[in-house]
Design a protein around this ligand. Structure first.
Ligand SMILES: Nc1ncnc2c1ncn2[C@@H]1O[C@H](COP(=O)(O)OP(=O)(O)OP(=O)(O)O)[C@@H](O)[C@H]1O
Length: 378
């Protein structure tokens, strides 16, 4: 297949606090992204998702610092570029980033067209204002956004429309990679679906060539991305296809994450939640061995020693000492226990006590996917 558009190797980045302590927020991250690929990044709050996004953009401004590793975009290691080269050659063109809550950061005193004019002034100074407007109008029309929006102020737009407008502005230079950080959070379900439809449209029309979608809602990614990576305490602990990660997660953390997430969509409201006991480790003092060990029900002494290597199986990767066979055996035991528990609960009418250890009901996720696809096809 084609070469990766984005190739990240051994990336380590950290925050240097005012007290001169280091917070190792991204610690040895490796992954590649090819043309046409969509990759989801999921994990609890504070596991390093946004820091990874900032790092990929080369946004190293104190307190964030680059430690080591490489970030290659179309073969160019962006860590070898100076700030000016990064700004003129890479940002917005090769890789674009929509930060969390970007829609609330638009200057309220400017009409939408001004944001686009400013970008084009910087990157295509030869373009006349009238041509910029023509291009913006065509782009908005092609993405099913009303061109009337171009003459409106941000505060005149609804939350969902504002978010879609931000996405349209951020991709105006047709970046190879779009990184969207929690683009659907704080939106109602209808607006979430409209945002997802827009992202799919951007890919279909080849405005963008690949997508990285960051969220703490792992199941949401099933509708959006082909592959999913789960982050925990600065590391990638598992990567696989969306199908594998949602329905057959291997890493004990991914399994817990699947059992703990609130998905505000039809069909999932009945899903019983099981919070993950404990908290992630302090990233100022990362523990030896597996970083999830303190919260893992399958922990052994061995997990707390040395470096935990990635296991590669069936095209997926996970970081745990347990083999796939052992994990499968444990899953079967859990499921047996779960079925027995359900029978007891039915008898005693105490079904609320019944909490799943991991994994969603397959029908639930498929219902939501069908629902989203319906909307996407409209
Ligand atoms: N400016 C900062 N200075 C010091 N530490 C920081 C700073 N910003 C983030 N961190 C720490 O870096 C770690 C990773 O944070 P990050 O925001 O990347 O996580 P996240 O997974 O994106 O979380 P969320 O989903 O809440 O945005 C956390 O331990 C966080 O406390």
């Amino acid at each position: 297949m084609n070469q990766p558009i984005l190739q990240v190797s051994g990336l380590k980045t950290y925050y240097r606090t005012r007290l001169k302590e280091n917070v190792f927020a991204v610690d040895g991250v490796e992954f590649g992204l090819k043309e046409g690929q969509t990759l989801g990044i999921a994990g609890e709050s504070g596991c390093g998702k946004s820091t990874l996004a900032l790092s990929l953009m080369g946004f190293y401004f104190p307190p964030l610092h680059y430690g080591s590793g490489s970030i290659r975009i179309n073969g160019t290691d962006i860590m070898q570029l100076n700030k000016e080269q990064l700004r003129s050659r890479v940002l917005g063109k090769e890789i674009a980033y929509i930060p969390q809550a970007a829609m609330n950061a638009l200057n309220p005193t400017l009409r939408i067209i001004r944001f686009i004019e400013d970008i084009m002034k910087e990157h295509r100074p030869e373009m006349k204002r009238s041509d910029v407007r023509k291009m913006a109008t065509e782009r908005f029309q092609s993405l099913n956004l009303s061109p009337d929006v171009l003459d409106m102020y941000p505060n005149e737009l609804s939350g969902g429309m504002k978010q879609r407008t931000v996405i349209a502005i951020s991709t105006i230079l047709n970046p190879n990679v779009l990184i969207a950080d929690e683009p659907t959070s704080a939106l109602d379900v209808t607006s979430q679906k409209a945002v997802i439809r827009l992202l799919k449209d951007l890919l279909k029309r080849k405005v963008i060539k690949s997508l990285v979608f960051i969220t703490h809602e792992l199941p949401l990614l099933y509708h959006v991305t082909d592959e999913i990576m789960v982050m925990y305490a600065g590391e990638i602990v598992e990567r696989g296809t969306a199908e594998q990660m949602i329905f057959n997660p291997l890493h004990p953390y991914t399994r817990k994450l699947m059992g703990s997430i609130i998905v505000p969509e039809e069909g999932m409201k009945e899903h019983k939640l099981a919070a993950i006991p404990g908290a992630p480790p302090n990233l100022k003092h990362v523990p030896e061995g597996c970083r999830f060990a303190e919260r893992c029900t399958l922990v052994t002494d061995e997990c707390r020693q040395g470096k935990i290597e990635n296991i590669h199986v069936d095209g997926r990767i996970y970081r745990c000492l347990l083999t796939p066979e052992m994990l499968e055996q444990i899953r079967e035991q859990e499921q047996d226990g779960h079925v027995e528990q359900e029978a007891v609960n039915e008898e005693s009418q105490e079904s609320e006590q019944n909490q799943e250890e991991s994994g969603l009901n397959k029908e639930d996720v498929r219902d939501v996917r069908a629902d989203t696809d319906d909307i996407a096809d409209q």
